[in-house]
Design a protein around this ligand. Structure first.
Ligand code: KMH
Ligand code: ZN
Length: 309
């Protein structure tokens, strides 16, 4: 069989990792987040991974009202697949994080496959001036934070997604999380075919690197069998690891959630700029960005007519 040349490009629009003081281009208000997602779609993204922030301060939140506002604004303007976060942000409870799934019944939602240190504190000392008083304590506090996703929580999140027809996008930050996913598959809770997002280069997770990506892929093939997969990598690793994913037959995520830069020393002015760059790279490799409809087919999603926003 001929391998498909279509690759799903996800744009992770704003996240909960970066703070507004790192870049003036980080979208914060519902209109900014929606505009960025629509522009990313026009540039070739088939999926927008969405977090929301308090409009006045840029602080990450998981308000279902804000999610609804953003999601409906995007849906009114384009057919991009929305992958809503259930990772949320630091300090959010499990119930707060999962609430968006029953409320909006999205096609796709992130599903963080285990607990880990999730450390952002080295960034704090690099920021000269903070615009908001929540930013420094939040970054520094990650020296003593565990991003908790116990098996009990994983089962609850996955069952909730199953109940609402939301496909889990399995976020894998390290090899042990593949083991966790295989366990949930064995229990019949996580349904195949699974979609894995390998998240590389987080302090607390696996370092970014081609050898490590190959190791994750081989481990997943042994443990899970067939699956679809994508790569996102933090900071300077974003484009090189995205390119490696394309070469190895995977899909790719870019976006300001993972890197505020377009290239060394140059801030990305929008998510669309990063999408355009990875589209250029893909085309040089003889690959084409999948449309949102093609992404729905590849991932086996329920369709935009079945969401609740
Ligand atoms: N922030 C990324 C490192 C989520 O939103 O659930 C991973 C992520 C997880 O996107
Ligand atoms: Zn995210």
């Amino acid at each position: 069989m001929r391998a498909t040349t279509k690759r799903i490009i996800t744009a992770a629009i704003t996240g909960a990792v970066h703070v507004p003081s790192q870049t003036p281009y980080l979208p914060v208000t519902p209109d900014q987040i929606a505009d960025e997602a629509v522009r990313a779609c026009l540039a070739g993204a088939a999926v927008a991974h969405v977090h929301v922030r308090e409009p006045d301060t840029g602080r990450p939140t998981c308000s279902t009202e804000l999610f609804r506002e953003v999601a409906s604004k995007i849906k009114a303007r384009c057919d991009i697949v929305l992958c809503l976060t259930t990772g949320g942000g630091l300090g959010m409870t499990l119930e707060e994080r999962i609430a968006v799934v029953p409320a909006l019944r999205p096609e796709l939602a992130s599903f963080n496959m285990g607990s880990m240190n999730f450390a952002l504190y080295p960034v704090a000392s690099k920021i000269k001036e903070f615009r908001f008083d929540w930013e420094k304590p939040l970054l520094e506090g990650t020296e003593d934070v565990v991003f908790a996703n116990t098996f009990k929580a994983l089962k609850h999140f996955c069952r909730t997604m199953n109940q609402h027809g939301t496909k889990p996008e399995v976020e894998v930050y390290d090899a042990g999380m593949i083991n966790n996913a295989a366990h949930l598959i064995d229990l019949g809770i996580l349904r195949k075919p699974v979609h894995l997002q390998f998240v590389m280069g987080i302090l607390g997770g696996i370092p970014a690197g081609v050898e490590n990506l190959v190791f994750l892929l081989e481990t997943a093939r042994r443990q899970i069998g067939d699956f679809t997969w994508s790569v996102c990598a933090a900071g300077q690793h974003q484009m090189p690891m995205g390119t490696a994913a394309l070469v190895l037959g995977g899909h790719v995520r870019v976006g300001l959630e993972d890197s505020t830069y377009l290239s060394r020393g140059t801030l990305a002015r929008s998510n669309a700029e990063q999408v355009e760059k990875i589209v250029r790279i893909a085309r040089e490799l003889g690959l084409e960005p999948a449309t949102a409809q093609e992404a729905r087919h590849i991932l086996g999603l329920k369709g935009l007519d079945k969401v609740n926003f």
